[in-house]
Ligand binder design. Structure first.
Ligand SMILES: C[S@@+](CC[C@H](N)C(=O)[O-])C[C@H]1O[C@@H](n2cnc3c(N)ncnc32)[C@H](O)[C@@H]1O
Length: 268
């Protein structure tokens, strides 16, 4: 088995460090504090896909550093709640919100999003989750919770980079899973579970190619800064993350793992 490697603690605790910022800019083009496969084009399209306006209230599941949620709160003017299980991520997000004068519009809470969400029914106009549901057990229940907290007519969006598209060896699965708990989905399982949760008008976009591009850029941006990153992460973790990123690039480039974006509505 591949040894356990840390991605999220280091990325969020070192959010403000110059070298981590340089890596994000070189990987994504724009820095939203990402630790995912979301391209800048996808980030820019999310407000349109979710039909957000300044009066909207939005929930982000797995907000990480909070950088993207705060970008939405600032650019759209909406109210936003971000949830993440990672302590350094949530701390960073609340500190950024205060520093940017956005604490009245955006707040962040640490919680395990695979459990019942602490919100009333019909609370949010939009619920989204970028590359997070693959980390949560019980996808069907999670989708039911997303449906429950969404208002009638609201929209839901999530991405899943772990749809199985071909043959995978046990070493590849171990390396791809080295940063944490993961659930791999068979093709069309998400569509079935989204429908079972009660959603309609499901649109599915294949974004596998952009995941291959992001993982390659991320791996190369880190390799160029190896010395500085090893000084922070240690050699073992640096090499483990490089192997993880190479594995993502290979599996997505060969379409043996696929990334899809799912957009759906709660009622009309
Ligand atoms: C691939 S990162 C995506 C972060 C962010 N959405 C982005 O686009 O950069 C996955 C995130 O899911 C969070 N996560 C993992 N398990 C979780 C859980 N059980 N509940 C809430 N968040 C979780 C991680 O801490 C991490 O921030």
């Amino acid at each position: 088995m591949a040894a356990r490697v840390d991605l999220y603690d280091g990325a969020y605790a070192n959010y403000g460090s110059g070298v981590y910022r340089e890596v994000r800019i070189e990987t994504y083009g724009e820095d939203f504090g990402q630790t995912s496969w979301v391209t800048t084009e996808e980030s820019r399209d999310i407000p349109r896909m979710l039909d957000l306006e300044s009066s909207s209230s939005v929930l982000e599941i797995g907000c990480g550093s909070g950088g993207y949620a705060l970008h939405l709160a600032e650019s759209v003017g909406c109210q936003l709640v971000g949830l993440d299980v990672n302590g350094p991520g949530v701390r960073n997000a609340n500190q950024l919100a205060a520093a940017r004068g956005l604490a009245s519009r955006a707040r962040f809470e640490q919680c395990d999003a695979s459990k019942k969400l602490a919100f009333d029914d019909n609370t949010f106009d939009g619920v989204f989750s970028n590359d997070v549901l693959c980390h949560l057990p019980g996808r069907g229940k999670v989708l039911c919770e997303m449906f429950r907290v969404l208002k009638q007519g609201g929209r839901m969006l999530f991405s899943d980079a772990l749809v199985v598209g071909g043959m995978l060896s046990h070493e590849e699965i171990a390396t791809r899973s080295s940063i944490g708990y993961y659930v791999y989905s068979p093709p069309r399982e998400n569509e079935k579970l989204i429908e079972q949760a009660g959603f309609c008008q499901i649109a599915v976009t294949d974004t596998t190619e952009s995941a291959a591009r992001i993982s390659e850029r991320w791996q190369q941006a880190r390799e160029k800064r190896k010395e500085e990153l090893v000084a922070v992460e240690g050699n073992h973790n640096f090499e483990g993350l490089q192997r993880f990123l190479s594995c993502v690039r290979c599996l997505t480039a060969e379409r043996r793992l696929l990334r899809y974006l799912y957009l759906a509505n709660k009622g009309a």
